[in-house]
Ligand binder design. Structure first.
Ligand SMILES: [Zn+2]
Length: 270
């Protein structure tokens, strides 16, 4: 069983503040370590599924991890679990490098809720600077939904999401039966009640193993085709810069519709 793990930084336990998610500060260096340990916990859980006698779906025999936040270089290389492989660095040809129809299940670790979610820690969708609101076939969607839809295009179910309470609620509303791990409960965008670090790692380990046990029972997220992605930019000037070519339509001063045969193709237009 091949497991794909997409990662972000904003939903990791203990991560709240700007200096923790932007490079070159001592706080960021500590946040990288927190992320790395959560990813290692997910990897351990995925592999442990294999050793569990009688596990229906078996555990992971192969784990691929995508380092997704900002520069794509957040995981601490020398501290990574030796049984996984990693996609790191930026300017990659596709979203979610390594995800393909060969994967059997996807985990999303360190997730945040979509832009405009009250009480969510560091809510945003893709870019706080440029993306104001985003819809997939008319449904408000954040990164969890977008990633799950990409996985769905490949026929891969998303079976585990970790992140703040609101991110977990967003995932559960989209994918019934998904395993979720709450790392913190937002008091505001930049404040939260935090779960203890060892509690979070243990919960991720256990949820990863449990998620693989029911991976075959969770359907890949299905998005009706053809697909329309609608993106309202923060500024009219950002929409002005989008060239209007086939598949792109300007709907109003700030909003562009991107239309294609599936989610992966539509994203290539953004
Ligand atoms: Zn991020």
């Amino acid at each position: 069983m091949r497991v794909f793990i997409a990662t972000d930084l904003e939903g990791v336990g203990g991560v709240l503040l700007d200096e923790q998610v932007n490079g070159s500060s001592a706080a960021y260096e500590r946040a990288r370590r927190l992320l790395t340990q959560e990813v290692n916990a997910a990897t351990e859980g995925a592999l442990a599924g294999a050793a569990t006698e009688g596990a229906l779906a078996g555990g992971a025999t192969e784990v691929l991890v995508d380092d997704g936040h900002a520069s794509g270089f957040n995981l601490i290389y020398e501290e990574l679990h030796p049984a996984a492989r990693y996609a790191m660095g930026k300017a990659r040809p596709e979203w979610l490098s390594g995800l393909s129809g060969e994967c059997d299940a996807a985990f999303f670790i360190g997730c945040h809720a979509m832009a405009g979610t009250q009480g969510a820690v560091r809510d945003h969708t893709m870019s706080s600077v440029a993306w104001h609101n985003f819809w997939m076939n008319g449904r408000p969607t954040g990164e969890i939904g977008l990633w799950a839809a990409i996985a769905g295009d490949y026929g891969v179910p998303c079976v585990l999401v970790s992140g703040c309470e609101k991110a977990c609620q967003e995932a559960a509303a989209l994918i019934p039966d998904i395993e979720t791990v709450v790392t913190k409960r937002g008091l505001s965008r930049y404040a939260a009640f935090l779960e203890p670090v060892e509690t979070v790692r243990r919960a991720i380990r256990e949820a990863a193993a449990a998620a693989l046990g029911k991976a075959k029972a969770i359907a890949p997220l299905h998005v009706e085709t053809p697909v329309e992605l609608r993106l309202a930019y923060n500024l009219t000037g950002q929409a002005d810069e989008v060239p209007i070519t086939p598949g792109r339509e300007r709907l109003d001063a700030r909003t562009i519709a991107y239309r294609a045969e599936n989610v992966i193709e539509a994203l290539r237009l953004i």
